[in-house]
Design a protein around this ligand. Structure first.
Ligand code: UDP
Ligand code: MG
Length: 324
């Protein structure tokens, strides 16, 4: 593999602005597909004359992927490798890629060749239409039904609660302007929600139908359980994106409703007690007390949340203090 080189690095260690693209590829035990993947990427980049760096994030592979990667790196100086000692998950891997990417655009792609490198130029064309993020849509998907049906439900739920009209939130193939990545962090399993995180920061999100292929080598790393963890994460993400800056809006509303109901129930029972109605054994009495206690707890959580967001806001702007 000759003639594969990146533009020279500047003194600051950043590659000159001619670097159009960073490919970020997380991988976990994909030893068999790697050589095919790099060939396919190579021919696309060559054909379309795209200057790119290729970042592989080896997520604790134990199948010899590390050796194959370092062999590839020897022959091709566009390749950069980052390795985890243990498997930390696709989100953590993507996050490392996002922190180190230097290109004007960043494309994420799975390492199993289910995503087609031929989509790279099309993604670039699409983002240049005026988007900040373009998410792939595997319209015709080559996965078992145990994956496609839960995925449809998940995408419907994500669309409904987020209001973002994407068909395939979790598509591995996406393109970003690099500035976008400075404003989001992915951890846990949040990689499924990157479009929601980005939209919450005001970035424009687009969609492009992409070619998908069946897995030829290795096996999938995500089982059916991801469906449930995905739905739980969806609730967290809505909470994070909507209420982080004003947690009292959420907790206060619940607390207020609970307190009002509790207060009226107890007031009603107290009036009865004054006119001689015993209340000690009435179920309504316990409900009233419960609602008041729960209401106070919601308010307390809201206040703690407010204090935390206030401290973060202050930390972002150190000149401003409470004494100002
Ligand atoms: N992956 C990873 N860490 C993990 C699980 C997966 O880096 O813990 C990588 C995997 O090697 C692949 C991509 O994430 O490059 C997508 O995984 P997979 O193909 O198993 O997902 P599926 O296509 O079945 O949804
Ligand atoms: Mg796959």
């Amino acid at each position: 593999m000759e003639g594969k080189s990146l533009p020279d690095e500047t003194e600051a260690g950043r590659v000159d602005s001619v670097l159009e693209l960073s490919l970020v590829i997380p991988l976990y035990n994909e030893v068999d597909s790697l050589p095919h993947l790099i060939d396919a990427i190579d021919s696309t980049l060559l054909k379309h004359k795209i200057v790119a760096e290729i970042l592989f994030i080896n997520d604790g592979s134990t199948d010899g992927s590390d050796q194959v990667l370092s062999d590839l790196e020897q022959k091709d100086n566009r390749i950069r490798i980052f390795s985890f000692r243990r498997n930390r998950g696709k989100s953590a891997a993507l996050d490392v890629g996002f922190r180190h990417a230097k290109g004007k655009y960043v494309i994420t792609m799975d390492a199993d060749l289910q995503d087609d490198p031929e989509e790279i130029p099309k993604l670039i064309t699409k983002i240049e239409e005026g988007f900040d993020v373009v998410s792939g849509w595997k319209k015709k998907r080559y996965d078992p039904i145990s994956k496609t049906i839960p995925s449809k439900v998940f995408n419907w739920a994500a669309r409904t609660v987020s209001g973002i009209k994407l068909h395939d939130f979790n598509c591995g193939l996406k393109i970003y302007r690099r500035e976008v990545l400075d404003t989001i962090r992915v951890y846990g399993e949040l990689h499924r929600f990157i479009p929601i995180l980005a939209a919450a920061q005001g970035w424009r999100i687009g969609e492009l139908v992409v070619q998908h292929h069946p897995r030829k080598w290795g096996k999938t790393k995500f089982g059916f359980t991801r469906f449930f963890s995905g739905l739980l994460d969806l609730i967290s993400i809505v909470f994070i994106t909507r209420f982080t800056s004003s947690p009292m809006h959420l907790f206060g509303s619940f607390g207020f409703i609970s307190l009002i109901f509790g207060f009226f129930i107890l007031a009603y029972l107290s009036i009865g007690w004054f006119i001689g109605d015993p209340i000690g054994q009435r179920p309504l009495f316990f409900l009233g007390i419960l609602l008041v206690i729960v209401g106070i707890q919601f308010f307390s959580m809201g206040w703690i949340g407010e204090m935390i967001s206030h401290m973060f806001a202050m930390a972002k702007n150190p000149k401003q203090t409470m004494d100002d």
